[in-house]
Design a protein around this ligand. Structure first.
Ligand SMILES: NC(=O)C1=CN([C@@H]2O[C@H](COP(=O)(O)OP(=O)(O)OC[C@H]3O[C@@H](n4cnc5c(N)ncnc54)[C@H](O)[C@@H]3O)[C@@H](O)[C@H]2O)C=CC1
Ligand SMILES: O=C(O)C(=O)[C@@H](O)CO
Length: 302
């Protein structure tokens, strides 16, 4: 790290989607100089309007302290770290990667080991809280890595999160905890959609469902966060349907490795897979309700 003693750092944020944009904007508000990178030119324009930098991360004069990666999945993460234009080999020894995408624990371990060969710290740092908490710098982070990785990233973590759970010295432990969260989160979204559409068959409107159930024992964070999207008929993706075959796939893959049966997760995955097959993969994950609506012949708000 080039500036251990100063309170602002040179930060790169790669992947400026639903989560990465808010994370990068929160780091900017923390006073850091932040270079954004995304393959989507529209988000780059928006990021520069927020005060972010758009220059090349390959510029030899650019000395980055921290690189936050918030792309979609493991393949994209590996590509931005070690692909043709991979960032890791361009970093100075002591710089750190904060890896936020939801990935398998073994992948996180492997990335940490490969970063270490370049003298680069790797924080396994999957996130929770959705796009709203990303934008307000209030994420929960399930982090694991060496003490040096935590120390190198502390200032940035402070600006992007409400709570950092330090889950151990070895990368992979953060991603394992995130898989546990995703099991619940995916099941909760699917079961919210099941209950909301079941309600319609019983004369309970989606509006009344949200009003009443959000104050009763059947509620969940996901119900309160996603059911309003169905009421509004607004499927602008804050978290897309396509995230779930990935995340519940991770859960089921690692469960299989230890012969753990997860039948409720399997059922939820089927519903997200059906939603993707209906062409809804890019829509907000609340669109899983459309699978139930189609099967039951009921109409959702538009
Ligand atoms: N959306 C949500 O509510 C949450 C998402 N997550 C996880 O966070 C990660 C990011 O999710 P989202 O922001 O929703 O995804 P997203 O699809 O909205 O954003 C990913 C961004 O990465 C960019 N990208 C892809 N390849 C790239 C490359 N080679 N170089 C630069 N940019 C590249 C895409 O253009 C896109 O803007 C995922 O792993 C997701 O599972 C975790 C918690 C909540
Ligand atoms: O916030 C989380 O935790 C989530 O994983 C979701 O919002 C799903 O993308």
């Amino acid at each position: 790290m080039n500036n251990m003693k100063v309170s602002t750092l040179n930060v790169a944020a790669i992947g400026l989607g639903s989560m990465g944009f808010g994370i990068a904007a929160s780091a900017l508000r923390g006073g850091h100089k932040v270079w954004g990178k995304d393959i989507n030119p529209e988000v780059m324009t928006r990021f520069v309007r927020e005060g972010g930098q758009s220059g090349s991360l390959s510029d030899a004069s650019l000395i980055l302290d921290v690189v936050i990666v918030a792309v979609l999945n493991a393949a994209q993460t590996e590509s931005v770290l070690f692909g043709d234009q991979g960032i890791v080999e361009k970093l100075q020894k002591g710089a750190a990667v904060v890896s936020c995408a939801t990935v398998p624990p073994a992948f996180a371990k492997d990335m940490a080991a490969r970063c270490a060969t370049f003298g680069v710290h790797y924080l396994d740092a999957p996130i929770s809280g959705g796009s709203v908490k990303a934008a307000s710098g209030k994420l929960s982070i399930m982090a694991a890595g060496t003490p040096e990785a935590f120390a190198a990233t502390q200032l940035v973590l402070d600006d992007i999160s409400e709570k950092v759970f330090a889950l151990g010295n070895e990368a992979g432990a953060g991603s394992a905890m995130k898989a546990v969260n995703q099991l619940l989160a995916g099941v909760h979204i699917a079961v919210m959609a099941e209950a909301l559409t079941f309600g319609i068959t019983q004369g309970v409107t989606p509006e009344k469902f949200v009003e009443v159930i959000s104050k009763c024992a059947g509620t969940s964070w996901m119900l309160e966060n996603r059911a309003p999207h169905i009421v509004a008929g607004d499927y602008t993706p804050h978290s897309s349907v396509n995230i779930w075959p990935k995340d519940l796939g991770i859960v089921l893959d690692i469960a299989k490795e230890v012969q753990f049966a997860a039948p409720i997760t399997t059922a939820a995955l089927q519903q997200f897979t059906a939603a993707a097959a209906m062409g809804l993969g890019g829509d907000d994950d609340a669109a899983v309700a459309k699978v139930y609506a189609k099967n039951a012949g009921i109409t959702l708000p538009v």
